[in-house]
Design a protein around this ligand. Structure first.
Ligand SMILES: Cc1cc2nc3c(=O)[nH]c(=O)nc-3n(C[C@H](O)[C@H](O)[C@H](O)COP(=O)(O)O)c2cc1C
Length: 195
């Protein structure tokens, strides 16, 4: 291989890597080929990413898992699970926008909804299900009575932007980790068996 060919091959290789890393995202997490399931999550510091992956694991890895910021094309999926972390009682603007942009594509496909919140480290009750799922995420998606779950999440100060960190520390909030893989997997099984 001469010098020119060497550089050409190198540049093509790097280009291919950049393209594939943009398109593949979380597809390398355990999943089944030709899946008709997708989990789309929104997160700031990662709790909902882990919840999304663990929900898919509970479904025996049948779902592709996407961060909503990838703006995934969901047209090839028949079954979609939507969920996100909560700040100021809402999912992220990106998730709200994604749902609005995909309203017609989501119609008849939403099989499960989840929210991940702090809830002052208290176990979620019907109140959180009502406010975060029934009166928020379900309304955004235009669905009723799909399997849903509110999980407790995490606070990791080192991952947080400065103003959020100051806000939470102003409440004397300690770091915590209340997200449970077993609960996420159980919810995945519930969703799968509901279809
Ligand atoms: C700025 C900020 C606002 C928050 N607002 C709420 C809230 O309104 N209700 C709640 O239960 N938890 C709230 N939380 C806690 C988060 O929902 C919780 O830490 C969650 O696990 C974060 O998810 P993430 O790791 O995916 O970003 C808030 C956290 C931050 C940093």
């Amino acid at each position: 291989m001469n010098k020119r060919q060497f550089f050409k091959t190198g540049i093509l290789g790097i280009g291919a890597l950049l393209v594939s890393s943009k398109l593949k995202a979380l597809e390398y997490y355990p999943t089944k080929p030709g899946t008709k399931w997708a989990v789309v999550f929104s997160t700031w510091c990662g709790s909902s990413r882990d919840a999304g992956v663990w929900i898919s694991e509970g479904m025996d890895g049948i779902a592709d898992v996407f961060d909503v910021r990838e703006n995934p094309d969901i047209s090839k999926y028949k079954n979609i699970v939507i969920g996100g972390s909560i700040r100021s009682s809402k999912v992220s603007d990106e998730m709200q926008q994604f749902i609005a942009n995909n309203k017609s594509e989501l119609r008849g496909k939403v099989r499960g909804l989840f929210a991940v919140c702090g809830n002052m480290m208290q176990p979620p009750t019907n109140e959180q299900t009502n406010s975060l799922i029934d009166n928020h995420l379900a309304k955004l998606c235009g669905v009723e009575n799909v399997p849903s779950k509110v999980f407790l999440g995490r606070v990791t100060y080192g991952l947080m932007d400065e103003s959020s960190r100051q806000m939470l520390q102003g409440f004397n909030m300690p770091e915590y980790d209340n997200l449970k893989r077993a609960e996420c997997m159980a919810f995945g099984k519930e969703i799968k068996s509901s279809v």
